[in-house]
Design a protein around this ligand. Structure first.
Ligand code: ADP
Ligand code: MG
Length: 328
């Protein structure tokens, strides 16, 4: 495994700037997630690292060495695509074993069997080892793709929204498994997603992309607590951060245009009177939808709250974030 560096990386397709001057270091052994909406440039960044695209400008180094002139094979990266790519005529066992059967490796068959079974068990597909790849559900195929990548020994794993086609339960189980496997292997992993939960829960570092630009890079906590702008603030947090005029509450610094208030950063009991519009009981949390001077605000309440629509609740910001007119 190796440190991977992107330096001033740019890629334009026709008139579309897909990746715009991205500089980023993926430390050895890190689990880096790249978070951004569709079209932000996530897949293109992975393809540039893998060697499936050539940058217009900038450099990619793996382990301190520039690889921009290397073929994908020479770069030795393992990529898991959004769409699974299996050999349809092979069984699950043979699909998994494929990277280990490279003549260069000379891996003994019994070791191949052992490793394949180990990965299949972790990914819960051991009962399907004898099936043809085409006889699997989408979720099973994707697990085989992940398994095949894990059976290699690459400089870095590149994963392109590998869990997005799976159901919620499997997705959350595999998030935990993937994190565990990465830690055990000490693997360096770059994982792209538009799902903030995935980005936050597995990552040692998160990069937030906006239109091909890397707008912030830091630990999940830094990004959540100190977002550089409203765009980043709005990408993390469920329910979303409330964005309100800065003068709605007293105490905004001069130059502040808006105040960002996380739902959990609103104290109840004193402050300004707001009207309760809706109460959502979600089991693990209760959300209050409030209206204050015509502004909608979402906050959290105690589990077994007796607050009802029509009630009045006094609220006051705690840990507010302030943003200027440019959104920064
Ligand atoms: P993401 O993976 O974040 O959804 P992509 O990297 O796939 O984003 O795409 C970034 C932008 O580049 C998008 O506007 C997309 O339409 C464009 N793009 C990506 N690949 C190509 C291509 N091969 N030809 C033309 N435009 C492309
Ligand atoms: Mg993509």
């Amino acid at each position: 495994m190796s440190e991977v560096k992107l330096g001033g990386l740019s890629k334009t397709f026709d008139d579309t700037v897909a990746v715009d001057d991205v500089t980023m270091t993926i430390p050895n052994g890190a689990f880096v997630t790249l978070l951004g909406p569709t079209g932000a440039g996530k897949t293109t960044i992975l393809r540039l690292i893998a060697g499936l695209e050539r940058p217009d400008q900038g450099d990619v180094t793996i382990g301190g060495r520039s690889v921009v002139n290397d073929t994908p094979a020479q770069r030795n990266v393992a990529m898991v695509f959004q769409q699974y790519s299996l050999y349809p005529h092979l069984t699950v066992r043979d699909n998994l074993a494929f990277p280990l059967r490279s003549p260069l490796l000379k891996t003994p068959e019994e070791e191949i069997d052992r490793k394949v079974l180990e990965v299949a068990e972790v990914l819960r597909i051991s009962h399907k080892l004898g099936n043809k790849a085409t006889n699997l559900s989408g979720g099973e195929m994707q697990r085989v793709s992940i398994g095949r990548a894990l059976l290699r020994d690459p400089s870095i794993y590149l994963m392109d929204e590998p869990l997005s086609s799976l159901d919620a339960k499997l997705r959350s189980d595999l998030r935990i498994e993937l994190k565990r496997i990465q830690e055990n292997l000490g693997a360096t992993l770059l994982y792209v997603t538009h799902d903030q939960i995935e980005a936050m829960t597995m990552a040692t570092h998160v990069g937030v992309l906006d239109n091909g630009r890397l707008v912030q890079f830091g630990t999940p906590r830094e990004i959540y607590e100190n977002p550089v702008n409203l765009y980043v603030a709005g990408r993390l947090g469920q329910p979303r951060i409330n964005v309100l005029p800065a003068d709605l509450f007293a105490g905004a610094p001069t130059g502040a245009k808006s105040i960002g208030l996380r739902p959990e950063h609103i104290a109840q009991g004193e402050g300004k009177a707001s009207r309760v519009k809706r109460v959502e009981h979600l089991g693990d949390q209760t959300r209050l939808h409030l209206s204050l001077d015509g502004h909608d605000i979402v906050t959290l309440s105690e589990h077994h709250t007796t607050i009802e629509p029509g009630d009045t609740v006094a609220i006051q910001p705690r840990n507010p974030l302030f943003f200027d007119a440019s959104g920064a």
